[in-house]
Write a protein that binds this ligand. Sequence first.
Ligand code: GLP
Length: 244
Amino acid sequence: MNIVICNDYQHMSAIAAQVFINCLQANTQAVLGLATGSTPVGVYQQLIESYKAGEISFAEVTSFNLDEYIGLHRDHPQSYYYFMHQELLNHINIEGQRVFIPSGIEENYGAYCQWYEDQISQAGGIDLQILGIGSDGHIAFNEPGTALGSRTHITELDHQTIDDNARFFEAKADVPRRAITMGVATIMEAREIILLATGENKARAIRDALEGPVSSQCTASALQQHSNVTFYLDSAAASLLQQK
Ligand code: GLP
């Protein structure tokens, strides 16, 4: 595992964006794994700038998002579909039919989750996956207790996650209680993974992910067993690490 301690959020976003830029310049048909949350927004801004400067193109790129709230329509401002379009997809030349974001309003999730897995396989798997981390150590919406062998599935959100994400909604009661998420094993199949975290409130999750046992109680700890993963952190998120 590689760990890069960055000066600040801007620095972290710039160097993580460069990983994407290098990937897209090496492979114009790259398959990208994209994440929501506030953490990757700076990376997305850098990618938009790089696209506008003519350094990269998304014309042949395919993207897969990690997760979505159950019950939110695409046009709900807090849906991850809406978020991704606002923050990145509306500003680049990616083809709509190559954008995959799990749907929050399916009727048959058993079939739908398998379909989503099949789309990833048919695209040839994910080349580069970006991740944030929840304050309880979750990746995507793989909450504590989720099997490390899990694939795309429906999950109940933890109280901690509902509290953390309430800031985006008018009231805590509006935060959906369930989500569809790629599983830990789905994420682990990406050929390269980068995880970004800043701030003191992520320090415990980062310590557990990097220096704790590999455990379903902190699903980010599964990344210890990935052969090509880099954590980009600021000093606050890295503050509880013993082996800096
Ligand atoms: C949600 C998302 C995760 C994300 C996490 C952290 O739970 N499902 O993918 O990593 O939020 O979000 P933030 O970056 O805003 O701290």
